[in-house]
Design a protein around this ligand. Structure first.
Ligand code: G6P
Length: 495
């Protein structure tokens, strides 16, 4: 079995003495796939192909491809893609155009503008996809038991399924989108040929997977509207392999026939490996952070958010909602603390740097406006500290997850699993997770700051028995969508 993604399960760096250091790759896609492989005990027969992201990765890719193992688990082959081609494909197209499109992030009076610069980046994106497809074709040919199953991940590799099919028509190919998918009117912001190429690329796969029915539906709509493909829709039928957890959230969404080939489109909501997560959160480092955070917040009610400082995560409106709570319900002043962990993300992009600055500014304003000698209303921390994030989930009274749009959102699932206090989840209706968790969360329109402030108040005042009941239900749902099953269902459907 072959897995392909831009970011791999491991990344390398150089220590001060020049020796190589390694760490696990981050982000929802990598952690879901890694725990899926571990739970399904599929590390042995997997090769994970990813891009070399740093100079140290490139050094490994050139000198000793066998050294690139994910913590001694799945073998990894890193592709040494020329840095300029990589940057144009990753930052220029994947992050600045495709990510923005699927998350509806463009400031449309000004952006996007597709000119010659974009055309150069698009050529790099195509070449980057060709590099992956060639490596996959080579490994598929070498597989002990052809035909190989090939799992291609995300918007970075939208063209690779078609390119691979052209050279290895015998391979069983799946593409999985961990992001939302844009509705046709918005998707059509892309230049026409690009819009068609991305859809056609994914339709080279036998199966196209999504985290939520909404995203699968939007993909089907785009195939019909943009390509004029033959689209058949199916409502709520469980997928082959039986992915029925979360009610009708999982299952077949439909099929698309285009250029003589049919692609099954299906929904696989992704949850959390609850036993492993709980065990990790009982370790000493998490205990120590939980004690330190409790001390810093001194028994006050705790509203927690944990995100990358990512435009789609809507940190600014979340902070504005907290400010509105303190303005309109002054009784909470001195009684509540907001812990906002906003880890750095994609700082190569100017929009992200400006956004991060505005987050810091707003945080300072809130503390200046309301803070007192013995109360800091908002603790904003931008240091990426996994054990401390787990500790914050354990002691949160309210977890705020308010993205503008999100493929799924694993924090919304991890929080209730870890909560020792029966935390209330305030959840954006635009997160894929809302399809499975919405019934037991307080669901908000992420653009509506006032409604979000109201939901925070409702969460803070919810009776203990109801909080416990909802939190237990959220945790049970998240645990039922275990990554091992998410992966096993995809593999059995691929045949
Ligand atoms: C999140 C998304 C994934 C995406 C990843 C890329 O985890 O859920 O869909 O692949 O971000 O992040 P990166 O830091 O590699 O650009």
């Amino acid at each position: 079995m072959l897995v392909a993604s831009n970011r791999g399960p491991v990344s390398f760096g150089f220590a001060a003495d020049g020796s190589l250091t390694s760490r696990r790759g981050g982000g929802g896609m990598v952690s879901g796939m890694m725990s899926g492989l571990t739970a399904a005990a599929r590390q042995d027969d997997v090769l994970w192909i990813c891009a070399a992201l740093s100079d140290a990765d490139r050094a490994v890719a050139r000198q000793d491809p066998g050294a690139a193992r994910a913590g001694g688990e799945a073998p990894v082959r890193m592709l040494d893609i020329p840095p300029v081609m990589f940057t144009e494909a990753y930052n220029g197209v994947a992050n600045s155009v495709l990510w923005f499109t699927h998350h509806l992030l463009f400031d449309t009076p000004n952006q996007p503008r597709f000119g010659p610069g974009f055309r150069r980046q698009w050529a790099s994106y195509a070449a980057y996809n060709e590099t992956f497809a060639a490596a996959l074709a080579e490994e598929a040919a070498a597989a002990a038991l052809p035909p190989a199953s090939v799992l291609i991940q995300d918007y970075h590799l939208a063209l690779a399924p078609r390119l691979l099919r052209n050279t290895r028509p015998d391979a069983r190919i799946a593409h999985f989108s961990h992001t939302p998918w844009a509705p046709p009117d918005y998707y059509r912001l892309l230049p026409d040929d690009v819009a068609r190429a991305v859809l056609d690329g994914i339709l080279g796969a036998d199966r196209a997977g999504f985290l939520a029915r909404r995203w699968a539906g939007a993909f089907l709509d785009c195939c019909e509207a943009v390509l004029g493909a033959e689209v058949e829709r199916e409502a709520g039928r469980p997928a082959a392999g039986g992915c029925t957890a979360g009610g009708s959230a999982g299952g077949t969404a439909g099929r698309v026939t285009y250029r003589g080939h049919t692609t099954e489109v299906a929904v696989y909501p992704l949850g959390v490996d609850a036993p492993a997560l709980r065990a990790r959160a009982r370790e000493y480092d998490v205990e120590a952070h939980a004690a330190a955070l409790a001390e810093a917040t001194r028994g006050r009610k705790l509203i927690v958010r944990i995100d990358r400082t990512e435009l789609s995560k809507n940190v600014l409106r979340g902070l504005a909602a907290y400010r509105e709570l303190l303005v309109t319900r002054p009784e909470w002043r001195g009684q509540v603390t907001h812990l906002a962990f906003a880890y750095p993300s994609r700082s190569e992009l100017a929009e992200y740097r400006a956004y991060t600055e505005r987050v810091h500014e707003l945080a300072r304003e809130i503390n200046d406006e309301f803070g007192t000698g013995d109360w800091e209303p908002l603790i904003l921390d931008v240091k990426d500290d996994y054990p401390r994030s787990l500790a914050a989930c354990r002691i949160a009274d309210v977890l705020l997850v308010n993205p503008i749009r999100d493929g799924m959102n694993l924090v919304a699932e991890e929080g209730p699993i870890l909560s020792g206090r029966g935390c209330v989840l305030v959840l954006s209706r635009e997160a894929g997770a809302a399809a499975v968790l919405g019934g037991d969360a307080l669901v908000v329109n992420p653009y509506d700051v006032t409604a979000t402030a109201d939901a925070l108040h409702e969460a803070l005042t919810m009776p203990a028995a109801e909080r416990q009941r909802r939190c237990a239900a959220l945790a049970a749902t998240a645990a039922s969508l275990a990554p091992g099953r998410w992966l096993a269902d995809q593999l059995s459907a691929l045949g």
